[in-house]
Design a protein. Structure first.
Length: 211
């Protein structure tokens, strides 16, 4: 059993999952902003998220970039009905600028990328297979939107019997109240909520030992 944060984020069995850091969710000209929501809270987490990604790679933890794409073959009637009335109901359409990575959040060519079409990164993707094949026991959840895709992924990770570490200052969303509500929900039922500094502190000793 993994009881401490250091045990849970041990890079030998922890994966940093970076969710949906794409133009439509992060850029002031993206669909989220076009629909009247602020992307400032998402942009604010970029520096901490960049540091966390760099530290994960230094500690040789698995880093998984997750992106959303939508299109005529994947958009259901239920999804489009939920988005009815928005100025722009289409986000992260395959092949568009909005689906591209937000500046500074691009994976390197050798990085692992999982594409999803629903809120959770586990629904109809190969993420679970990848993690289990690598012996991963802990999912470290980061990205956007805190209360939608990040929380959905974290909940499913817990349901699939992974430990969940939710990095509060590496997650962002347009609604601060919803962000805080997600943190309370995760803390109460699904995992450990912590800061990027706490995760980096746990990894520093590991990286130092590899030099």
């Amino acid at each position: 059993m993994l009881t401490t944060l250091d045990q849970k984020v041990d890079p030998r069995h922890a994966a940093l999952v970076v969710i949906d850091m794409q133009n439509d969710f992060c850029h002031p000209e993206g669909v989220t902003a076009q629909n009247g929501a602020s992307v400032a809270p998402v942009q604010a987490v970029v520096p901490a998220l960049q540091r966390t990604i760099a530290a994960a790679k230094a500690a040789r933890a698995l880093v998984v970039y997750v992106r959303t794409t939508h299109g005529p073959w994947t958009d259901s009637e239920a999804r489009m009905e939920q988005r009815r009335g928005r100025r722009n109901p289409y986000s992260c359409v395959e092949g568009t600028w909005g689906a591209e990575w937000f500046a500074g959040m691009e994976p390197e060519p050798s990085d692992l990328v999982v594409t999803k079409h629903r809120y959770s990164a586990f629904i109809n993707t190969n993420l679970d297979l990848i993690l289990r094949s690598r012996g991963i026991r802990t999912v470290i959840a980061t990205g956007t939107d805190t209360s939608v895709c990040v929380e959905s992924t974290a909940r499913d990770a817990f349901m699939l019997d992974y430990y969940v570490v939710f990095v509060e200052d590496c997650c962002g969303g347009a609604d601060p109240a919803a962000h805080e509500a997600s943190l309370r929900s995760i803390r109460r039922q699904f995992g450990t909520v912590c800061s990027a500094a706490e995760v980096l502190g746990a990894w520093q000793g590991v990286a130092a030992g590899m030099r």
